[in-house]
Design a protein. Structure first.
Length: 235
């Protein structure tokens, strides 16, 4: 006989797995405080595996500080949990998922894997759309990626944070500063990526038009005064 901890793949009452998830989370917190990012990441992901997955409501309709160390009264990536519905309120389970996903995001930030940090924080925000730390981490990682799309996403998160943070918060001032610094970079990224796209399109156009003795230089685009462009052909 064995008294080993139930596996998250077993058909058990999820309420009996919550203490294990909380214990693994605390282990992750200890690793994080010791700057052991990889170990913390594994602990948080393991804790997440002991919680039920988020219910995809839309799909159902179609078919019919750097980490949060506070004990939450509890994220995604569950490993095929076939569990009985917990007695605990659903929002308490969602909170656990949100905290773990946000902590996973914090580990990825430390490991400089910013796209993974964004993905983890996005999972956290599905469970708690007003989760300040998840918004901050996602905004920061998108800011670092520095592409037009990522800076646009960062701008949206900064605006959300400005609405959520208390007026007296120092974080509010920091967020407002980050937003003001972001705007010129966003415009620059838009121009840069638009120019790159047009250059690629021009190269593609020339490769096709060259078969007919033409090039994109034979076509001139001019503003038509109505917000669009007119095209003129010239030899």
């Amino acid at each position: 006989m064995s008294n080993s901890t139930p596996s998250p793949t077993q058909d058990v009452d999820i309420e009996s797995l919550i203490p294990t998830a909380d214990e693994l989370k605390e282990q992750g917190n200890d690793y994080f405080r010791s700057s052991q990012w990889d170990e913390a990441l594994v602990a948080y992901q393991s804790a997440l595996g002991y919680l039920p997955k988020r219910i995809d409501i839309a799909a159902n309709k179609e078919d019919s500080q750097e980490i949060d160390a506070k004990p939450v009264v509890v994220e995604q990536h569950t490993t095929q949990t076939a569990a009985v519905a917990p007695k605990e309120k659903p929002d308490a389970i969602a909170k656990r998922r949100a905290v773990l996903n946000a902590n996973i995001g914090a580990c990825y930030v430390k490991l400089a894997e910013h796209q993974k940090a964004i993905d983890a924080c996005s999972q956290a925000l599905l469970d708690d759309p007003e989760y300040i730390k998840a918004l901050q981490r996602r905004a920061s990682s998108n800011d670092i990626l520095d592409s037009w799309s990522s800076l646009t996403a960062a701008q949206e998160d900064y605006n959300s944070l400005i609405k959520l943070l208390p007026p007296s918060s120092s974080q509010l001032r920091e967020t407002e500063k980050a937003l003001s610094l972001l705007k010129p970079r966003l415009e620059s990224a838009q121009k840069r990526e638009t120019a790159e796209m047009m250059s690629k399109l021009k190269g593609l156009g020339n490769s096709i038009l060259g078969n007919f003795g033409l090039s994109t230089d034979n076509f001139k685009f001019e503003p038509n005064g109505q917000g669009g462009y007119s095209m003129n052909f010239q030899r």
